[in-house]
Design a protein around this ligand. Sequence first.
Ligand code: ZN
Length: 140
Amino acid sequence: METHPMCHEDGTEMVRDVRPVEFSYKGQTMTVAMPGWYCPKCGEGLYTRADMKVSDRALNAMKARCEGLLDGPQIKRIRKKLGLTQAAAGDLIGGGPKAFTKYEKGDALTSRAVTNLLKVLDALPDALTILRENQDRPSC
Ligand SMILES: [Zn+2]
Protein backbone atom coordinates (compact mmCIF):
# COMPACT_ATOMS: atom_id res chain seq x y z
CA MET A 1 0.00 0.00 0.00
CA GLU A 2 1.19 3.44 -0.91
CA THR A 3 1.38 5.76 2.07
CA HIS A 4 -0.90 8.76 1.93
CA PRO A 5 0.94 11.98 1.16
CA MET A 6 0.38 15.07 3.29
CA CYS A 7 -0.95 18.30 1.85
CA HIS A 8 1.94 20.74 1.54
CA GLU A 9 -0.45 23.62 2.25
CA ASP A 10 -1.89 22.49 5.57
CA GLY A 11 -0.38 19.08 6.47
CA THR A 12 -3.68 17.19 6.12
CA GLU A 13 -3.49 13.54 5.00
CA MET A 14 -4.55 13.36 1.36
CA VAL A 15 -6.99 10.82 -0.10
CA ARG A 16 -7.27 9.11 -3.52
CA ASP A 17 -10.13 10.44 -5.61
CA VAL A 18 -11.16 11.22 -9.17
CA ARG A 19 -12.17 14.85 -9.61
CA PRO A 20 -13.06 17.05 -12.57
CA VAL A 21 -10.10 19.22 -13.55
CA GLU A 22 -10.26 21.74 -16.38
CA PHE A 23 -7.46 21.93 -18.95
CA SER A 24 -7.09 24.40 -21.77
CA TYR A 25 -5.13 24.57 -25.01
CA LYS A 26 -5.23 27.50 -27.42
CA GLY A 27 -8.57 28.71 -26.11
CA GLN A 28 -10.23 25.28 -26.02
CA THR A 29 -11.09 23.89 -22.62
CA MET A 30 -11.78 20.35 -21.57
CA THR A 31 -12.83 18.87 -18.24
CA VAL A 32 -10.96 15.68 -17.38
CA ALA A 33 -11.94 13.17 -14.67
CA MET A 34 -8.54 13.36 -13.01
CA PRO A 35 -7.34 10.63 -10.63
CA GLY A 36 -5.00 11.86 -7.94
CA TRP A 37 -4.35 12.52 -4.28
CA TYR A 38 -6.56 15.29 -2.98
CA CYS A 39 -6.59 17.22 0.27
CA PRO A 40 -10.00 16.87 1.96
CA LYS A 41 -9.43 20.20 3.71
CA CYS A 42 -8.28 22.61 0.96
CA GLY A 43 -8.78 20.57 -2.24
CA GLU A 44 -5.11 20.71 -3.26
CA GLY A 45 -4.28 17.97 -5.78
CA LEU A 46 -1.14 15.85 -6.12
CA TYR A 47 -0.62 13.67 -9.19
CA THR A 48 1.57 10.63 -9.74
CA ARG A 49 3.22 9.83 -13.06
CA ALA A 50 0.34 7.40 -13.82
CA ASP A 51 -2.23 10.11 -12.97
CA MET A 52 -0.48 12.51 -15.33
CA LYS A 53 -0.94 10.06 -18.21
CA VAL A 54 -4.68 10.74 -18.00
CA SER A 55 -4.20 14.48 -18.46
CA ASP A 56 -1.42 14.04 -21.06
CA ARG A 57 -3.74 11.89 -23.19
CA ALA A 58 -6.60 14.36 -22.85
CA LEU A 59 -4.28 17.21 -23.79
CA ASN A 60 -2.98 15.29 -26.81
CA ALA A 61 -6.56 14.65 -27.99
CA MET A 62 -7.29 18.36 -27.68
CA LYS A 63 -4.06 19.30 -29.52
CA ALA A 64 -4.86 16.80 -32.30
CA ARG A 65 -8.29 18.38 -32.77
CA CYS A 66 -6.84 21.89 -32.70
CA GLU A 67 -4.00 21.16 -35.12
CA GLY A 68 -6.05 19.03 -37.52
CA LEU A 69 -4.16 15.82 -36.69
CA LEU A 70 -5.83 12.43 -36.42
CA ASP A 71 -6.53 11.29 -32.86
CA GLY A 72 -6.13 7.80 -31.36
CA PRO A 73 -9.54 6.33 -32.27
CA GLN A 74 -9.34 7.70 -35.84
CA ILE A 75 -5.86 6.23 -36.32
CA LYS A 76 -6.99 2.86 -34.98
CA ARG A 77 -10.00 2.82 -37.33
CA ILE A 78 -7.83 3.51 -40.39
CA ARG A 79 -5.15 0.99 -39.36
CA LYS A 80 -7.82 -1.72 -38.88
CA LYS A 81 -9.39 -0.83 -42.23
CA LEU A 82 -5.97 -1.36 -43.85
CA GLY A 83 -5.67 -4.72 -42.07
CA LEU A 84 -2.39 -3.84 -40.39
CA THR A 85 -1.12 -4.70 -36.92
CA GLN A 86 0.30 -1.80 -34.92
CA ALA A 87 3.84 -3.08 -35.55
CA ALA A 88 3.24 -3.50 -39.31
CA ALA A 89 1.75 0.00 -39.52
CA GLY A 90 4.82 1.46 -37.80
CA ASP A 91 7.02 -0.41 -40.23
CA LEU A 92 5.17 0.49 -43.44
CA ILE A 93 4.01 4.01 -42.64
CA GLY A 94 6.91 4.96 -40.40
CA GLY A 95 7.67 5.67 -36.78
CA GLY A 96 8.84 2.22 -35.73
CA PRO A 97 7.16 -0.77 -34.05
CA LYS A 98 5.82 1.14 -31.01
CA ALA A 99 4.62 4.29 -32.80
CA PHE A 100 1.04 3.19 -33.47
CA THR A 101 0.58 1.87 -29.93
CA LYS A 102 1.50 5.35 -28.69
CA TYR A 103 -0.66 7.17 -31.27
CA GLU A 104 -3.70 5.03 -30.54
CA LYS A 105 -3.41 5.37 -26.76
CA GLY A 106 -2.99 9.10 -27.13
CA ASP A 107 0.53 9.01 -25.65
CA ALA A 108 1.99 10.60 -28.78
CA LEU A 109 0.71 12.78 -31.60
CA THR A 110 1.43 11.95 -35.22
CA SER A 111 3.45 14.30 -37.37
CA ARG A 112 1.46 16.14 -40.01
CA ALA A 113 3.08 13.85 -42.62
CA VAL A 114 1.77 10.70 -40.91
CA THR A 115 -1.71 12.19 -40.52
CA ASN A 116 -1.71 13.17 -44.21
CA LEU A 117 -0.54 9.73 -45.33
CA LEU A 118 -3.18 8.01 -43.18
CA LYS A 119 -5.88 10.25 -44.66
CA VAL A 120 -4.77 9.29 -48.18
CA LEU A 121 -4.69 5.59 -47.26
CA ASP A 122 -8.15 5.91 -45.68
CA ALA A 123 -9.51 7.23 -48.98
CA LEU A 124 -7.36 5.01 -51.24
CA PRO A 125 -6.52 1.81 -49.32
CA ASP A 126 -5.02 0.23 -52.46
CA ALA A 127 -2.18 2.76 -52.24
CA LEU A 128 -0.80 0.54 -49.47
CA THR A 129 0.75 -1.59 -52.26
CA ILE A 130 3.00 1.36 -53.14
CA LEU A 131 4.37 1.33 -49.60
CA ARG A 132 4.76 -2.45 -49.67
CA GLU A 133 6.73 -2.30 -52.94
CA ASN A 134 9.04 0.29 -51.45
CA GLN A 135 9.51 -1.82 -48.34
CA ASP A 136 10.31 -4.94 -50.39
CA ARG A 137 13.02 -3.25 -52.45
CA PRO A 138 16.55 -4.49 -51.84
CA SER A 139 18.44 -2.20 -49.48
CA CYS A 140 21.84 -0.88 -50.50
ZN1 ZN B 1 -4.70 20.98 2.09
